[in-house]
Design a protein around this ligand. Sequence first.
Ligand code: NDP
Ligand code: GDR
Length: 330
Amino acid sequence: MKRAFITGIEGQDGSYLAELLLSKNYEVHGIYRQSTNGGSPNLKPLKANATVFEKTLFLHPADLDDAKSIRVPLEKSAPDEIYHLASQSHVGASFEKVEETCRITGLGALRLLELTRKLPKAPRFFHASSSEIFGSPEQSPQTEITPVNPITPYGSAKALGTQMTRIYRKNFGLFAVNGILFNHESPRRGENFVTRKICRAVAAIKSGRQSELVLGDTSAQRDWGHARDYVRGMWLALQHDTPEDFVFATGKLHRVQDIVELAFKTVDLDWQKFVRQEKQFFRPADPRQVVGNAVKAKQLLSWEPEISFEQTIAEMVQSELNALAGRVAN
Ligand code: NDP
Ligand code: GDR
């Protein structure tokens, strides 16, 4: 039985990855922040499953800000594979919390690499890098060799983690890889990311609980996929013969406005009656033309996204409608 160690296990990706690895008969260890424990519903089904919880799934309190708190569970669980997903992951918030973002998202990755290097038998290491490392790139679509040139505090912090992952691979011989992840969504997405914010509002407006949706720049474009596809990519990246960086992306750009129109259409409402833009949700800097070329992942890992943009938004709206109707979603 292989053992995996997941940071950020209660987040969107961490929870899907835990489910994937458990289905592949891994023993899964995850760290969560005690200060926010219980805040995330994503692991509730696994925690309620008596055949899994504390049998093949083990959760440990730890904080990336405190290397000592991670060392003990890491050494005890002696994993074969580490998936480093924990992060201050909100780009907009990174402009308000610059130092915290650099500490958790940037230095946090370095701390974990250093702990990993010192383990008696170094496990394989996956770092959740981001398309944000490219900033507003001059070349489109982006690949693993597109120049790193971030324009947001979050992007800079991820660039540090990305480069350190490369340095530990080259200089210390770690099997360390970056998954350069483009946006990916699901019903488990945090509520302050734009897809979830729109889908929640659409369900609330449809049921008469909300009267408007206030957004930032609706002309902004992203390459949006589904989280289930991306966690499969993470696992595949660590099964490959050699440590390599991989872009995971759909290669298709959509506007925030497209999500608005699609989501309102799902519930037969006219978006124009409910949506307005407000400056407070615009960012000081917002990357443009961020779209990925995942041909390397396709060729070496046989990875391709399977869930479309339209399916993702439809699933997210339905999940919000189910939640409001009191039914168990996602
Ligand atoms: P989430 O924000 O859903 O999950 C992040 C997790 O990290 C949360 O469980 C959070 O816990 C935890 N965390 C935050 N700070 C700390 C800390 N100091 N110590 C321990 N844990 C902490 O992110 P996603 O699942 O969406 O993304 C996973 C990773 O992939 C992140 O690193 C993100 O930056 C990166 N990424 C994501 C993309 C996406 O589109 N989803 C695209 C590109 C990269 P808590 O509840 O306590 O805050
Ligand atoms: P992003 O995702 O910044 O790309 O980071 P987010 O969903 O926050 O924003 C996407 C785009 O939508 C625009 N936008 C709004 N965004 C939010 N959150 N709220 C709004 O009201 C709003 N209105 C318009 C944004 O300006 C932006 O252009 C995500 C995160 O998962 C990161 O961790 C990850 O690294 C990157 O994707 C790739």
